[in-house]
Design a protein. Sequence first.
Length: 339
Amino acid sequence: MTQRGTLGVAVIGTGRMGADHVRRISEVTSGARVAAVVDVDAERAKSVAAGVEGCTAHTEPAAAMAAEDVDAVLIASPGPAHEAALLAAFERDLPVLCEKPLTPDAASALRILQAEQKLGHRRVQVGFMRRYDAEYIKLKALLDSGQLGRPLMLHNRHRNAASPPGFTDAMLINDSVVHEMDVTRWLLGQEITAVTALRPTPSDNAPEGLTDPQFVVLETDGGALVDVEIFVNCGFGYQVQAEAVCERGTARIGDGHAMVTNAAGRWGGTIAQDFVERFAEAYDREVQAWVDATRRGEVTGPSVWDGYAAAAVCEAGVRAQAEGRRTEVELIERPALYR
Ligand SMILES: NC(=O)c1ccc[n+]([C@@H]2O[C@H](COP(=O)([O-])OP(=O)(O)OC[C@H]3O[C@@H](n4cnc5c(N)ncnc54)[C@H](O)[C@@H]3O)[C@@H](O)[C@H]2O)c1
């Protein structure tokens, strides 16, 4: 580590998330600096690097990882590029924060699972940032305390103002519901065993090629039932809500009651417009936790196993959509490294 223990980070991919992580590491996170950035778009890499003192720009992940002042890697390139970047980081045994998805499918996630086991130690934290959201953390602590008894059901609502161009039914599962899949596994400490995807008559506002909204049901190996309303063209904003129904009570998060106003005969608050706004503090906490653990020589947070399990559940979800039936999740046995 350079500059009295400061972690030198190479950020791979400088698009929306990557550029935001560069800003975060430079302005919010303590104990780290952006030492290098990588983008296949050389001009983009150069322009992001120009804003950070001492930061070099590259078009190849391996070149950035070879730089002397790079101690760790943050991967924020598109999902299909993650496997190559992860394997390059493993070559140098560098710690990694990898944006979700770990990789786009279960077969490639399994290859990463095997490669990390070959290293013999965990190296990767996967970017499932909801685990760092203050409200989700409170809900998890309450469920873990056992005060409400055993969780029986989880109701989730996940709404976006509008989907990006070209968004498909499969992306609804892989890019959106994947967050509920991870958070379900984490909150309940259970694996998801089966997925069903149901569809009402679509909204007239659903773009061509997308069935929106959908209602996804997850079953777990602990016997819990989980539903997810996913509605990515709701028009009014970005909302993520979860309610746990337990034996002796319920707990609900995501109502966004931070400030309530009374004016002109109405009461109300505001609704976040996108995930960058809603989860801003969760991203900050996620990156800080990664930097702190890395500087202590530890790896914490969502693991490669969690990334693989999410990919396997997504695969079952996409099959459930396509075939219109309940689909079981295929998971290998959890390796010792992740127990
Ligand atoms: N955790 C979250 O809430 C969240 C939200 C959005 C996106 N993401 C994830 O973040 C990652 C990036 O998403 P985004 O929205 O920033 O995408 P983006 O398209 O805005 O940016 C991707 C950038 O990566 C570059 N790139 C493409 N291939 C590359 C390669 N092989 N090596 C290096 N750079 C490459 C592109 O030129 C582009 O600048 C994805 O994995 C996505 O799923 C996570």
